[in-house]
Design a protein around this ligand. Sequence first.
Ligand SMILES: [Zn+2]
Length: 465
Amino acid sequence: MPAKKTNVILFGIDSLRADHMSCYGYHRQTTPHIDRFAQDAVLFEKNYSAHIPTTSAYASMLTGLDCFGTSVVALRHRGGLPKKIRTLPEILRSNGYNTSCVGFSGNPSSRGFNRYLDYPAWGSFAEGRSPKAENLNQVAIPELERLARSKKPFFLFLRHMDPHAPYLPPAPFERMFYSGNEFDPKNKSMEPVFRFKPFCDFFADWMPPGVRDRHYVDAQYDGAVAYMDACIQRILTRVEELGLGDNTLIVINGDHGETLYEHECWYDHHGMYENTLYVPLIIRLPGKLPAGKRVAGTTLHQDLVPTVLKLLNIRTDIAFDGQSLLPLIADRKASNYSDFYITECTWMRKHGWRTPEWKLMVALEPDFHFKPEVELYNLVADPLELKNLAKKEPGIVAALKERMEEWIAKRERETGAVNPMYTNLQWHGAKTHEGPFETSQQAYDTLHIGSVGAADRLQAGKKKK
Ligand SMILES: [Zn+2]
């Protein structure tokens, strides 16, 4: 009898920034269990989300295509993925796999699974602490056990939501990284956060009333990551107990990072700064991949599907935009990309170009933060992207713009379609506004998250009415 094919578990963790994980060098011990997992796995040190936010990033992660290939750039993408695209669950199903999706029903980018399971993944201050990852385990562990009993191999996709606002980790994680007084009246750091009208109602729905210290809120994010890490160990333990460890490819990835207090983007994931683009990628397959390896080359979401298929020995005739990561793991190649196109379309419509040294961001319409139309950062001298050099370095801006526009033209020729960043003009989903904003004030006055429930419905597409 031939050996059972290799199973796949993909942790597609929402809003997990690589630089807040201890295995990526964060000073707080936020991910001890994932750190231990990484000792048996390959960790990619420069893995990026080129197309933020959620919908566009998962589209790329689950298809091996860039935004020209998926045509998905907006959080509120209208319609599904194009029919001609095949998603990873669709490919694996046609190769005899059972495929299950936990926590991502209704989103256009989760097409093609046999089964969709959901769990409570949000919460509010009034409801108390939100054990999102344990809620996930309550549906994911029985599903894992069911899949393990089948003769067929399986693909289990798990979308964790703990690092996504609201950050409400249960005890002891809510105090794990904070010992101060979050209500200290002398602390004014949260004032600008609550003054930001588009998000203030959302924040009021989940932050403690009267909170004044930003470091408390930042520590809730880190606490949520640490809480989730502990809960993920429960899944890894069960994988071993079921005898699946040696025959299961396990991937830990994130859709995009998160902004905490940075860049005045306040506890969300817009703005193409490093905190939102830099995401973890860790891959384990005992016997086939080295243990404890760290890969320094640049990699993108679109590389995951070609890599998974290569490891599973599944051939397709799909022309992926991404490239297998195996040559990087084998030290036969230094990097998959020298520079790449970046996009965002959640609360602002912007695109840009990132090289190892420079990042260019260009607004396609005025944004609700009143930021300049063009931003340029030197990632070597100014890794926190605090000093916009666009006015001082017009030559570099022009060169990067030219490179970006050549790339867009090339991809438009190859796909026979206009850049989706130029055609998604109702990206903001505003009922009271048609098309692009003409001023920042107009965007500021129009855009508004509302309650936690409203934010949940935004991501779940047509699932909930
Ligand atoms: Zn997301």
